[in-house]
Design a protein around this ligand. Sequence first.
Ligand code: URA
Length: 241
Amino acid sequence: MAVMRLDKILSDMGIASRSELRQIIKSGRVMVDGLAVTAPEKRIDSDSARIALDGRELKYRKFRYFMMDKPAGVLSATEDSKQETLLDLLPPELKRLGLFPVGRLDKDTSGLIILTNDGDFAHRVISPKSGIWKLYRARVDGQLDVGDVEAFENGLVLGDGTACLPAKLELLPGGDCLVRVTEGKYHQVKRMLASRGAPVLELRRLAVGGLELDENLGPGGFRELNEAELDRLFGQDALKI
Ligand code: URA
């Protein structure tokens, strides 16, 4: 049971700001279990109460999960005094949810990033122990061949002695390549490819486990993930490499 003020429950849902919500509730637009409630401070059990706004039932969810197509040039951070961050791309009602990026992409990397306020979930996705792969497409300056594919499979050792877990390199027609890794060391994919004489010119993340980037979002576009997508992320396909 989670008993909370009605205005706090609605604000946690990202409906509007606390002060806007106080007005909305006072004006009688919110019903709880079929009755209008006009007191913002009214304490409600968010687990069991049926809350409706303007006749539309709302579902209280403590944790929220979004995918975003991160544009190159934006920081994977929640705030920065000088540079634009992922959180700056969200509307005010979503900024209030306490979202943070699951892992980091370099400033010049684009593609799939998950935003959530669920710390345990983030840990499960990031931890190499969970074996969830991340898929990247890279444009490189150089020629890769089957020797490089084998070297990735055997686990690369980078110039500074860093040992990488086995990874998968797939060569695409036209010179691009796909890279699948289960860990997220600093500049990992760039350093792996550079160690094979193919520095990265452009990097884009296409998938995290079984969750693929929705290419319809466009740069900076985002949307909430549904349960099927979250299941897919941790599904069997996510564990294969
Ligand atoms: N590997 C990199 O080198 N950069 C990223 O942004 C992600 C993976």
